[in-house]
Write a protein that binds this ligand. Structure first.
Ligand code: UD1
Ligand code: MG
Length: 450
């Protein structure tokens, strides 16, 4: 039987942030979500989250995940004190307790599985994850005897110069035999530089402490400051890009692009420089994204190009060209073979197959049929100052340049709207509508005023 506890009560003083450290975002997910995800494969019996600093905010953010037991640590007097809060909660529990620091977000699920497996096969009271780091500054140092058993963990700030030369560091990930841990937890003392109760001190109190050294030391990066946050973001982005390159995505300049874990790509997608994908994006085969584009929760069919544009919560069919400098906003639905061109904004509108909105337009709360041609500068005036209204345009209709369609208004199919019109009344199928004042020419004007 396995219980997982994530330590997430600390403030994260070194981040100097109004946001609790464990809620800092990394490639689109919070630190603590990533930590929880790394233990998901183990299917633990219980999942406990120790909260304290801004507990309500942390609980609120994570309650949607479901199945979490929140345990309050108040005040926050160290990692040992945090785990002491589990004594009443896990009374009578007779299994392993996997403890994960909430600020170690790059762990691979396989690494945690190997730790739990190693623990079970050695029969130790505790097995912890260690890493040899080129720069171990700030980490607890792990001391091991000749039999390979861990004798002590000493925090960086409590180490002598000699001890600091030991590069074997504590990752902050432990698999305990809960009954053994519960018997030593009450004996912790605050006899250290920070005057806190350290979980790491339990290791020297337990009869058999083992460690498993991680192969890729990047996995155990702990995040205590913004610099480490940025380093982890870089590593995660590398992992994501490497994964998708292996799946057939081309990055022209990988380091200048970022992805989120929720992105899916088809084959032969080309991602040009300075292009960023966030949230849950789904990109079909042969799309070309960028340079200079931002996509968030965007669903694109195949053969779509997005050039210097922003696409958010929008759905795009096959063979669509977007941009340069277009903005597709939430609930924009663009049909196959459409063209959404320069300086065009589309919001909450359906645009039918083969339609074109090429230049300088705003299309909001509208429904366009197929093969519609929207002239340069055409605007749907969807807002009367109080409410939004819809514009409907039938198949094969076209608007001249600089038209205003004042909603609610409906144009039939094969309608033509004369350039410069302000349309306030519905137009029937096949009609021409002109809604502007007639031009008056005054011959000889220059002579009179000259
Ligand atoms: C800790 C370890 C150190 C290890 C490093 C790995 C201790 C004493 N030290 O140091 O050996 O090398 O992690 O990254 O454990 N937390 C609470 N309640 C508290 C204090 C902290 O829940 O009262 C949580 C924090 O939110 C954080 C985690 O515990 O998620 C670790 O705390 P942090 O202060 O970052 O410990 P480190 O100094 O990094
Ligand atoms: Mg830390």
């Amino acid at each position: 039987m396995l219980a997982v506890a994530v330590l997430a009560a600390g403030k994260g003083t070194r981040m100097k942030s109004a946001l609790p450290k464990v809620l800092q975002p990394l490639a689109g997910a919070t630190l603590v979500e990533r930590v929880l995800a790394s233990a998901r494969n183990l299917q633990p019996e219980r999942r406990l989250l120790i909260v304290g600093h801004q507990a309500e905010r942390v609980e609120q953010t994570l309650s949607a995940l479901g199945g979490l037991e929140f345990v309050l640590q108040q005040p926050q007097n160290g990692t040992g004190h945090a785990v002491q809060q589990l004594l009443p909660v896990l009374q009578g529990f007779a299994g392993e307790l996997l403890v994960l620091n909430g600020d170690v977000p790059l762990l691979r699920p396989e690494t945690i599985e190997a730790l739990v497996h190693g623990h079970r096969s050695s029969g130790a009271d505790v097995t912890l994850l260690t890493a040899r780091l080129a720069d171990p500054t700030g980490y607890g140092r792990v001391f091991v005897d000749q039999q390979g058993q861990v004798t002590a963990i000493v925090e960086h700030r409590d180490c002598s110069d000699e001890q600091r030369r030991n590069d074997l560091t504590n990752a902050g990930i432990y698999c305990f035999n809960w009954t053994a841990l519960a018997s030593v937890l009450p004996k912790l003392s605050t006899d250290n530089d920070q005057g806190e109760l350290y979980l790491t001190d339990t290791v020297a109190m337990l009869p058999k402490a083992m460690h498993v050294e991680v192969g890729d030391s990047d996995e155990v990066n702990g995040i205590n400051n913004r610099n480490q946050l940025a380093q982890c973001e870089t590593l995660l982005q590398e992992r994501l890009r490497d994964h998708w390159m292996a799946e057939g995505v081309t990055f022209v300049d990988p380091a200048s692009c970022t992805l989120s874990e929720g992105c899916q790509f088809g084959r032969d997608v080309v991602i040009e420089p300075q292009t960023h994908l966030r949230g849950a994006c789904s990109i079909g085969d042969n799309c070309r994204l960028g340079p200079g584009s931002l996509l968030e929760d965007a669903i694109l069919g195949s053969d779509v190009t997005v050039l210097h544009s922003v696409v958010r919560e929008a759905k795009v069919g096959n063979g669509v060209a977007i941009g340069p400098f277009a903005h597709l906003r939430p609930a924009a639905e663009i049909g196959d073979d459409c063209r959404i061109g320069n300086f065009v904004e589309v919001k909450k509108s359906q645009i039918g197959q083969g339609s074109k909105v090429n230049h300088l337009s705003y299309i909001g709360d509208a429904e366009l049929g197929s093969d519609v041609n929207i002239g340069a500068g055409t605007i749907t005036a969807n807002y009367d100052g109080v409410r939004k209204h819809r514009t409907v345009i039938g198949n094969s209709s076209k608007t001249g340049a600089n038209c205003v369609l004042v909603a609610p208004v409906s144009l039939g199919s094969q309608v033509t709207i004369a350039a410069g019109s302000t349309i306030t009344k519905d137009v029937t199928d096949g009609a021409l509508a002109i809604g502007r004042s007639r031009q008056a020419n005054k011959p000889g004007w220059a002579d009179r005023t000259g």
